[in-house]
Write a protein that binds this ligand. Structure first.
Ligand code: XMP
Length: 527
């Protein structure tokens, strides 16, 4: 049986000959740096900070970026770099902690002074150089560091400064090594993308050939080779990841693919129909829809506690999926929409950093040990790349730009005990929230928008009569990574319209509230 790791190595060999490595020193921005590099059409991988010079040589990157990190280079636990990497002749860009490491490695002792600095600083270029080509004489950059280099190590020269940080950027005099005290990868740094582009094109001489279209072709060939004449199963959730996996597989192996959609009775309004319609028009593969509504709802009956609900749903989903998969003859492979951040955060990438972040409660997913070989064609991609790939493969914008929907579905948005009539109410309210946000042209700007049905009745008045009915909360958030989130500042008029429509059109609701909690400490979902 092929392991996930072997799969990844095979695929990465085929992906692109030109690559850049990001050495991860524990920065919250390592993934962002990698995304920015790929936006410049250069393939990029995140690797462990202690990768050896020999391994780097084998991987033959055109450039290396050292990420920032939370430690001080002088602390006992400071993550180290194999100093021989600087001697390989491969261009290196050290960011924040990475710059301090480069100084320490190449210039002996660096005089670091504690100087906590966070936020925007005006940065002036003091010496013309390739890294800052096209950067204005001065622009705002984003600082976030505890230590800063106080005097340049021998062999380096300062090339930029701010009022509080006299050495905001450095260049080595004889080696292709550069350092930035600030973060070019964040959008708060003006012209940050220009600096990264300069590093990639002027300093690393990258040809910028990484294209998603080529990636799709390579993946289709790999899938055909791997699958041979066997059958492949793929679970559809209505989300973009599984849709893109199905689109790739359907292009690669057509009717050797069977997709399975488990209708657990917890889907949104018209969701099943939308998936089935899209499937019919856009794929040439089999789709099995499992009607498991009664099974899920009877298993959930009487359960209130959120974790217990999640467990019931997770177990029922796995059972249903397995039963259906067993009906597919010669099924050897399971295709999944695992993405690069999942691979990195689980510590499963071959040269990737060790797992540091706890994996998300993935209810609605499948365990690894189902007995199938895995096909995970999106393992090397970020979410935004998956969306672009979806568009390249001809998927509808409607599917590609859909907000994420949790595996346990409406069960975690219908607080308290799940009952069919409550789900109906929630579905209607939720459809109004999404329709109105779309009509206002704000759907793409928000990361997730939905309704939650609260187990709270309150008094109201309709016509001349007193009512005692349900409350709906609207949850709408802005986020890039779903780890932290802020509530969306929706226009009052839009909120008013949503509220009026829900109260007028949805039976049994007389009050609407807007959730203005950030994550943390609240979560995005209510259960
Ligand atoms: P929270 O509520 O933890 O959610 O802030 C963060 C993101 O994860 C989604 N979510 C899930 N996705 N299975 C999933 O596939 C789950 O069990 C699950 N729980 C939450 C949530 O919708 C948000 O996008």
């Amino acid at each position: 049986m092929t392991t996930a790791t072997e799969n990844t190595e095979n695929k990465q060999l085929a992906v692109s000959s030109e690559k850049v490595l990001v050495l991860d020193f524990g920065s919250q921005y390592a993934q962002l740096i990698a995304r920015r590099v790929r936006e410049n059409h250069v393939y990029c991988e995140i690797v462990r900070h202690d990768i050896t010079a020999e391994r780097v040589k084998e991987l033959a990157p055109k450039g290396i970026i050292l990420s920032g990190g939370p430690e001080s280079v002088y602390s006992e636990n400071a993550p180290k770099i194999d100093n021989r990497i600087f001697e390989l002749g491969i261009p290196v860009l050290g960011i924040c902690y990475g710059m301090q490491l480069a100084c320490q490695a190449l210039g002996g002792k660096v005089d670091n002074a504690p100087a906590r600095e966070y936020g925007r600083k005006n940065c002036r270029v003091t010496t013309a150089n390739d890294l800052f080509n096209g950067f204005p004489d001065a622009a705002d950059v984003w600082m976030s560091h505890g230590d800063q280099v106080q005097s340049v190590a021998a062999g380096f020269r300062p090339i930029a400064e701010t009022n509080t940080c006299p050495i905001a950027a450095i260049q080595h005099e004889s080696l292709p090594v550069y350092g930035l005290q600030f973060h070019p990868e964040v959008t708060h740094t003006e012209h940050g993308s220009k600096i990264l582009e300069n590093f990639l094109t002027r300093i690393c001489q990258c040809e910028q050939t990484w294209k998603l279209g080529d990636f799709a072709k390579e993946q289709i060939d790999l899938i055909r080779e791997q699958v041979g004449s066997a059958q492949v199963i793929c679970g559809l959730s209505g989300g973009v990841d599984s849709a893109v996996v199905a689109a790739l597989l359907s292009k690669a192996i057509g009717n050797q693919l069977t997709c399975i959609l488990v209708d657990n009775g917890l889907l949104r309004k018209s969701e099943k129909e939308t998936i089935v319609d899209a499937f019919k028009t856009q794929f040439r593969a089999d789709l099995e829809v499992v009607d498991a509504k009664d099974r899920f709802l009877s298993a959930l009956a009487g359960t209130i506690e959120p974790q217990a609900k999640r467990k019931i749903i997770g177990a029922a989903f796995i059972d249903c999926f397995q039963e259906e998969a067993a009906k597919v003859e010669n099924a050897k492979f399971l295709a999944q929409g695992t993405l690069y951040p999942d691979v990195i955060e689980s510590g499963a990438a071959p040269d990737g950093p060790a797992a540091t972040i706890k994996l998300h409660h993935n209810v609605g997913g499948l365990p690894d040990e189902l007995g199938f070989e895995l096909i995970e064609p999106l393992r090397d991609l970020f979410k935004d790349e998956v969306r672009r790939l979806g568009l390249e493969l001809g998927l509808d914008e409607e599917i590609v730009w859909r907000h994420p929907f949790p595996g346990p579905g409406l069960a975690v948005r219908c607080l308290g005990e799940i009952q069919e009539d409550k789900l109906e109410t929630l579905r209607d309210a939720d459809a109004i929230v999404v329709d109105e946000i779309k009509a206002a042209g704000l759907y793409r700007e928000t990361a997730q928008a939905f309704a939650v049905l609260l187990p709270v009745q309150s008094v109201g008045v309709m016509g001349d009569a007193r009512t005692y009915e349900n409350t709906v909360a609207i949850r709408c958030v802005d986020t890039d990574d779903f780890m932290t989130a802020d509530w969306s500042r929706l226009p009052y008029d839009l909120l008013a319209k949503i509220s009026t429509r829900i109260i007028n059109e949805v039976n049994g609701v007389n009050r609407v509230a807007y959730d203005i909690s950030t994550k943390p400490p609240a979560t995005i979902e209510w259960e």
